[in-house]
Design a protein around this ligand. Structure first.
Ligand SMILES: [Zn+2]
Ligand SMILES: [Zn+2]
Length: 158
């Protein structure tokens, strides 16, 4: 059953500090800056985009540090790692339950505020010894812009 939810905001810095400490992880300025960049970008971003934003603020930061921090954030539930199947892996600052629309032509990934009840799928995964982090629905197809390019309305023709 699908339900509509309200927007889940990205986690704030206090929440980040708390989560890191609770999981025995150090609160470092690098981690704080990477988190702030994710929140400010506020959309699905590649690790490269995060690295670009972060290296302006912390010129000495290395690519492996950014990549490793993003994976740590994913493990801690601070960011959601999504592999849309088309194009590169993306990091989503919205960790609340929501679904994705993935365009197979231009690679755009949009949020869809619909949640799916994956309880049974998660239980089946656990029975097979799989440790699920989260389950989400991804709808693959053509985004509105690409679909329109395929079927232009008469008024849109030159
Ligand atoms: Zn598209
Ligand atoms: Zn999303």
């Amino acid at each position: 059953m699908a339900t509509i939810t309200t927007t889940n905001e990205a986690r704030d810095e206090q929440d980040l500090r708390r989560t890191l400490r609770r999981r025995g992880q150090r609160v470092t300025s690098q981690r704080l800056v990477i988190h702030r960049a994710l929140v400010e970008l506020g959309r699905h971003v590649t690790a490269e985009e995060v690295f670009g934003a972060v290296s302006q603020r912390l010129p000495g930061i290395s690519r492996p540090t950014v990549y490793a921090t993003l994976d740590l954030f994913d493990e801690l539930g601070i960011v959601r790692r999504i592999s849309p199947g088309e194009g590169p892996i993306l990091y989503d600052p919205r960790v609340g339950d929501h679904s994705h629309l993935v365009c197979r032509r231009c690679g755009a990934v949009e949020d869809l505020d619909v949640t799916t009840d994956a309880t049974r799928a998660l239980a089946a995964a656990r029975r097979r010894g799989f440790e699920p982090h989260h389950a989400g629905l991804a709808i693959n197809g053509l985004c509105a812009r690409c679909a329109k390019a395929d079927n232009p309305e008469p008024s849109a023709l030159p």
